[in-house]
Design a binder for this molecule. Structure first.
Ligand code: S3P
Length: 174
């Protein structure tokens, strides 16, 4: 059941979906704050994600993600952009869902892949075949979000759909 009056809106979906871009637009529109989980992890660990993956491995990264998701349960009026793997981890997904309205920012593989820079900043995006497999594996978890929007549309339009779904009364006021 989606929260009637969510404290947070959590954007989930694959790398390149536009979660952070849409999240910033959405937060501005609602007058809420915006938080990017990857940035929060970089702040906490003092490492870039790519360095953290290389030095400590993916399992350590997923533990950091879980910790951040748990810490965020106490925030209110916040839009959160998650990293692409966060919602595929059961404990992290559960923490992200608590008191929140979750949104899957979806996109077709070709669009997503074209948007992800091959600059090594995303350790799991080095190989297109691995990316394709990861997307297929994670899709059912993403689809379990409260709402699915098309992330290939303009960020303003995507944010508008989310506002309309979460606060239909605001829409009626316009
Ligand atoms: C990951 C996605 C990245 C980042 C890390 C792992 C993934 O976030 O969390 O590189 O497992 O898909 P974005 O979705 O913001 O690129």
């Amino acid at each position: 059941m989606p929260e009637a009056r969510p404290e947070r809106i959590v954007l989930v979906g694959f790398m390149g979906a536009g979660k952070s871009t849409v999240g910033r637009v959405l937060a501005r529109r609602l007058g809420w704050s915006f938080l990017d989980m990857d940035e929060r992890i970089e702040e906490r660990t003092g490492r870039r994600i790519s360095d953290f993956f290389r030095e400590r491995g993916e399992a350590a990264f997923r533990s950091e993600e879980l910790r951040v998701a748990q810490e965020l349960r106490f925030r209110s009026r916040q839009v959160i952009a998650t990293g692409g793997g966060a919602f595929a981890e059961p404990a992290t997904r559960e923490a992200l869902r608590e008191g929140a309205f979750t949104v899957y920012v979806a996109g077709d593989f070709e669009t997503l892949a074209a948007r992800v820079p091959a600059d090594g900043s995303r350790p799991l995006a080095a190989d297109r075949e691995i990316m394709r497999r990861l997307l297929a594996e994670r899709e059912p978890d993403y689809r379990s979000a409260d709402l699915t929007v098309d992330g290939t549309e303009a960020p303003e339009a995507v944010a508008g759909r989310i506002v309309a779904a979460v606060f239909p009364e605001r829409d009626a006021e316009r």
